[in-house]
Design a protein around this ligand. Structure first.
Ligand SMILES: [Cu+2]
Length: 159
């Protein structure tokens, strides 16, 4: 029987594949950052990314969810590590981003940068602080300056 021979030939391969998957030390995780006009937990918090600070492992994916319309995510110039790629998503669309290089990644909502709609992703690793001082020096506008001061304090690396 052909089918029998076919599955018999595949069985070792399937076994090997299963072992490799199970033996992997960790799966790349998926995280969510939601984009809101108003924070559902605190209505006074307007135009926000929730969570504002997110720590992930190298290779993890962040999904920016357009929970309320009118927002996007864009890396801030000078606020991502060397060897990583800048990004800019479309307004009111979900967007997935996979980050591999340890470091801090500052980002903004393009239309709401000046009113402080910013966030930070930390990709953990021994050298995650490698671009920290550069990120702190990068140009920020309006209320984003104040929000990043809060973010550095939250991270335990105040100015
Ligand atoms: Cu926005």
């Amino acid at each position: 029987m052909k089918i029998y021979h076919y599955s018999k030939a595949l069985a070792p391969l399937i076994l090997i594949f299963t072992c490799v998957v199970l033996a992997s030390p960790s799966y790349a995780a998926m995280h969510e950052v939601k984009m809101y006009n108003k924070d559902p937990q605190n209505k006074k918090n307007r135009m926000v990314f929730i969570p504002r600070v997110l720590k992930i492992k190298p290779g993890d994916t962040v999904k920016f969810v357009s929970a309320q319309k009118g927002h996007n995510t864009q890396s801030i110039k000078g606020m991502i590590p060397d060897g990583s790629e800048k990004w800019r998503s479309k307004i009111s669309k979900d967007f997935e981003l996979t980050l591999k290089v340890p470091g801090v990644y500052g980002y903004k909502c393009t239309p709401h940068f000046a009113i402080g709609m910013v966030g930070l992703i930390v990709v953990e690793g021994d050298n995650w602080k490698s671009n920290l001082s550069q990120a702190k020096k990068a140009r920020k506008v309006g209320k984003a300056k104040k929000i990043f001061k809060q973010i550095w304090a939250e991270l335990g690396v105040p100015n």
